[in-house]
Structures are given as structure tokens and as C-alpha cells.
Write a protein that binds this ligand. Structure first.
Ligand code: HEM
Length: 296
């Protein structure tokens, strides 16, 4: 029996929803624990993946390994916000109507205790491409390697199989991206859109040069499950990555920001994050999330 939420390891679905919740004003610890018990009973870790944010861990008086504040950053060309929320529910499926009804049911089930803060609909574009047209996820670790990268091990019951999720909503300026010559677009990513081949002599600010997982010391692998979003004329990527802790993601983000060598990732020329969250994703026991570490 696998200890982890299976939806994390599965390929990104055709459609999904990221639902973020805050602690509702006036809620007691009992309200929170009872709502979490109802949530765990409803969650199968596949159609519904759940994660706990730092505000909730603090409210319950527990420390969850690897969970800390999201690394906010502000410099002339780069802003990376930290927008804490208590709880994350990632609905995964194929039918948008079904997901909407599941989202409504979830919000209903979580009250009293939690109040909806954000509801972001996400979708697969062609063969898992970002909206710029570039295939996203090519260099993800696979099979056993993906399990070793994404899930905690050797920490004991209630912790083994847990995972730290990094979630960021990026807003693309697609007009700006489309105005770039094709070669500059390819150089932004360091891969060719036409055949997804890596460009050997891509500039140092190319995204895949900044984030090349084997180039870090120690190597910095993550399991990415990002999906596009669009809403009211705006669009971008809901970046989502899982790790057994946050170290690999943070190493990548630091280099993307140019904090190591002053070279800022070319992605920032057309896109920017407007949210930033870490969530501790509980392991599974008996087909449901195990909330032992929360005292639930
Ligand atoms: C709007 C934001 C982003 C977009 C559109 C984007 C898109 C892409 C694309 C198209 C690739 C190449 C194919 C692949 O291997 O998946 C890629 C690679 C990668 N991205 Fe991103 N990405 C974004 C943000 C991030 C962030 C915030 C991180 C981590 C902090 C990140 C980490 C990586 C990693 C680790 C790789 C693989 C590098 C390698 O080992 O070759 N990306 N991304």
C-alpha cells in the first residue's frame, strides 16, 4: 500500500481546481479539527489532493517537517510574493462541471472552520504545454526516482509519504511574449518549441539553464505538476512542484531570481508570480490522508 497521495505522482489531469482556504474568523481549534476530519474522510488523495499551510499548523500548535514561510523576494526586476493560506485542496478530474460541484461541496464541508480564499481553475493545454506553447514537465523524474524526489522517507508513521508542495500563480504577458522573435522565445526557455529539443548554446538566462536540476550541488530535483489557468482575459501558469522538502525548489528559485550570479531568469521578461505558498501534503493510511501529525 502506497503511503503517498497518488494524485501527486499521477500525470497532470485534463482539468483541475486549486482551492485555497483561510481560517474563518472566530473558529475554534475544535472547529478546525472537525472540519479536517470531514475533509480527510472525503479525500482519496487522487481526485482530491490536500495540503496544510503554515497558518493552520500554527493554529493547531504543531510543527510539520519542511513547512515554513514561502521565500518572498523583492529586487528591481523580480518580485516573488508570499501569500500564506491555511489549507489547499487540489481537485483533479476531466469534467469542469463535476469539478465545480465538487468545489462547492468541499467549501460547504469545510465550514465552520475554513473560509474560501481563492479558487483557480486549471486545465491541460495540448500535450501538457504552457500557454506559450512549450512542453512543460519534460525533465521530471519518473517512477521510483519521482517517488524518492517527492516524498519523505525514514521519518516515521504519519510523516513518511508526506510531501512539500510549492504553488505559485504566474501571470503571463502573452502579448509581450508573442512580440518576441521566434529565436528569442526559444532562448527564453532554452528549448525549441517546434521539437522540444534543448538548445545547447542557449544564453545563461534561459529558464532550463537556470533550473538544470543536475547542475546544483547537491542536485536539486523536484516533481512538477504545473497547469495553465485563464480567467477574465488574464492567463498564465499555476506552477506546482513537489519535493520531500523545500530545499530543491528554493535552490532553483534562488538561481532564477539571479541571487547567485546576478543573472535573472529570462522568464521574468514576460511573466510574474502573484501568489506563493508552501503546503505540507499528508501521507495516506487506509485510502485517506493521515492527519496524525496534526493531532487530528
Ligand atoms: C511561469 C513560470 C514557468 C514556466 C512557464 C515554466 C516552464 C518550463 C518549461 C517549458 C520547461 C522545459 C521543459 C521541462 O523540462 O519541463 C521548464 C523546465 C523546468 N522548470 Fe520551469 N517554468 C516556470 C517556472 C518554474 C519555477 C518557478 C521553477 C522552480 C523554482 C521551475 C523549475 C523548472 C525545472 C526544475 C525545470 C527542468 C530543468 C532541467 O532539469 O532541465 N520552473 N519550465
Amino acid at each position: 500500500m502506497n503511503l503517498y497521495q497518488p494524485g501527486i505522482l499521477a500525470a497532470p489531469p485534463a482539468a483541475g481546481r486549486h482551492l485555497l482556504f483561510d481560517i474563518a474568523p472566530g473558529s475554534t481549534t475544535d472547529d478546525l479539527k472537525q472540519a479536517l476530519t470531514r475533509l480527510a474522510a472525503a479525500a482519496d488523495g487522487e481526485g482530491l489532493v490536500i495540503g496544510i499551510g503554515q497558518p493552520l499548523a500554527q493554529a493547531l500548535g504543531v510543527t510539520l517537517p519542511g513547512l515554513h514561510a514561502f521565500p518572498a523576494y523583492e529586487a528591481d526586476r523580480v518580485t516573488i510574493p508570499d501569500t500564506p493560506h491555511a489549507l489547499w485542496c487540489w481537485l483533479r478530474g476531466s469534467d469542469r462541471g463535476t469539478l465545480l460541484h465538487q468545489a462547492r461541496q468541499l467549501a460547504h464541508n469545510l465550514a465552520p472552520g475554513f473560509a474560501p480564499a481563492l479558487d483557480l481553475e486549471v486545465f491541460r493545454y495540448e500535450d501538457s504545454r504552457d500557454l506559450t506553447g512549450y512542453v512543460d514537465g519534460t525533465e521530471n523524474p519518473k517512477d521510483e526516482e519521482a517517488i524518492a524526489v517527492a516524498f519523505a522517507a525514514g521519518q516515521g508513521n504519519g510523516l513518511d509519504g508526506s510531501s512539500i508542495a510549492a504553488l505559485q500563480q504566474w501571470v503571463h504577458d502573452l502579448d509581450r511574449f508573442e512580440a518576441m522573435p521566434g529565436e528569442e522565445q526559444d532562448n527564453t526557455f532554452g528549448r525549441r518549441r517546434s521539437d522540444n529539443e534543448e538548445i545547447d548554446d542557449a544564453p545563461e538566462n534561459a529558464h532550463v539553464k537556470r533550473t538544470a536540476q543536475e547542475s546544483f550541488e547537491p542536485e536539486a530535483f523536484v516533481l512538477r505538476r504545473s497547469m495553465p489557468w485563464s480567467d477574465c482575459g488574464k492567463a498564465g501558469l499555476a506552477f506546482l512542484a513537489f519535493g520531500r522538502d523545500a530545499d530543491a525548489f528554493e535552490a532553483q528559485l534562488k538561481r532564477m531570481r539571479g541571487q547567485e550570479d546576478g543573472i535573472v531568469d529570462a522568464l521574468f521578461r514576460f511573466t510574474r508570480p502573484i501568489t506563493g505558498n508552501y503546503f505540507w501534503c499528508p501521507p495516506m493510511t487506509g485510502g485517506h490522508p493521515n492527519l496524525l501529525a496534526l493531532g487530528v
